[in-house]
Design a binder for this molecule. Sequence first.
Ligand code: HEC
Length: 153
Amino acid sequence: MKTRIRANAIALILVTFLVSFFMACVPGNQERSGDSIKFQQYYAEGERLYKAYCSNCHQNDGTGLRRLYPPLVNSDFMTQNLNEVLCIIKYGRKGELWVNRIMYNQPMKGNPGLTELEVAEIATYIYNSWGNVHETIEVAEVASVLASCEDKE
Ligand code: HEC
């Protein structure tokens, strides 16, 4: 009987070990498990800010609005231009802009009142919602990118 219990315990330990091993191998998980509390805080605060500052145009589900407001879901522009996106959030943008082979050309106003932390939170939120997957976007990264934005209106 005792050996049975011990065997069960060993099996349980083995299974737990294997499961955590495989979880760590899933892409994206490793990065997040290291700083998951921070990630969750950024994400939650980013969601609140997104609803206040962005969802009017880009919508709660990030799909945008017809040819007026570009989508944040599956946006090739976002995938390829993280730095520019950080600049756009803070300083806005105007002129032609291509997302998934569709051209948009309406000015987006900046939000100069947002702090570096708030920009990092919003970016973490949009880069991890609606199927988008990315690691936490750090304040230090935002600070150095914002210092080099081209158009600071
Ligand atoms: C008044 C409507 C409006 C609001 C509010 C707004 N945007 Fe935009 N956004 C636009 C438009 C229009 C463009 C295209 C700009 C251009 O043509 O140069 C754009 C472009 C973008 C892009 C790059 C294109 C893409 O779809 O990948 C991102 C990312 C983005 N906005 C994120 C945000 C975030 C985050 C917020 C909130 C902080 C926000 N926007 C607030 C209208 C808006």
